[in-house]
Design a protein around this ligand. Structure first.
Ligand SMILES: CC(C)(COP(=O)(O)OP(=O)(O)OC[C@H]1O[C@@H](n2cnc3c(N)ncnc32)[C@H](O)[C@@H]1OP(=O)(O)O)[C@@H](O)C(=O)NCCC(=O)NCCS
Length: 172
């Protein structure tokens, strides 16, 4: 498996193997944020096929409830591994660990992520990897545009988990 930052030429394969709903273009939006320096959009590849992704948002979680409490904590957003047969083979863990390394290299002391109340298996994975409950609950708001051009706004109840990172000493 190869893990690398998304490139412009990856978008078509990402949409093919993990299609955005309707007229939405989630991968393109994530790449745009990376190009603006707001995030690092990691893609996992096996045999030249994209099988997973996750976006490290350097300015943290967009939800005000989280941002006010953790203004200096980057967020791993949109972690996903596809198709389902590829899950539970360590790809998600590899993306998480790479995100943690990148955050530590930038000097951050923590990294965080949100987990949906309906996703106890993902929560179990994050807790196993050292993420801690913060008690910080919020609505993860996003939208998609369906095939007819109608916008649908979603608000999923989530909780924010954080993991302390070992950062390098200044004189390392
Ligand atoms: C959650 C997810 C990113 C984890 O990636 P992964 O490559 O499957 O994870 P790993 O193989 O490194 O670790 C597997 C563990 O993840 C957890 N897990 C969470 N959701 C899971 C799912 N839908 N399917 C399989 N495992 C899942 C389990 O604890 C699992 O442990 P197990 O294999 O002993 O059952 C991936 O399963 C996925 O894309 N799920 C659907 C989308 C999703 O839930 N995204 C997370 C949003 S917070």
């Amino acid at each position: 498996m190869i893990l690398q930052e998304c490139r412009e030429e990856d978008l078509a394969l990402l949409e093919l193997h993990n299609p955005s709903p309707g007229q939405t273009r989630y991968h393109e939006a994530r790449l745009k944020r990376q190009q603006q320096g707001l995030s690092t959009f990691l893609i996992a590849w096996i045999d030249d096929v994209p099988v997973g992704s996750g976006e490290v948002r350097w300015h943290g979680c967009a939800a005000a409830e989280v941002h006010e409490r953790y203004p200096d904590c980057p967020e791993l957003n949109g972690l996903s591994v596809w198709p389902p047969q590829r899950q539970s083979h360590g790809i998600g863990t590899a993306i998480i660990q790479t995100a943690e390394t990148l955050a530590a290299e930038r000097g951050y002391y923590h990294i965080g992520l949100g987990v949906d109340d309906q996703n106890p298996r993902a929560a179990a994975l994050y807790l196993r990897l050292g993420y801690k409950e913060t008690g910080c609950r919020y609505l993860d708001r996003y939208h998609y545009i369906d095939d007819h051009g109608t916008r649908h706004d979603i608000a999923d109840p989530c909780r924010f988990l954080i993991k302390p990172l070992r950062t390098r000493q200044a004189d390392d």
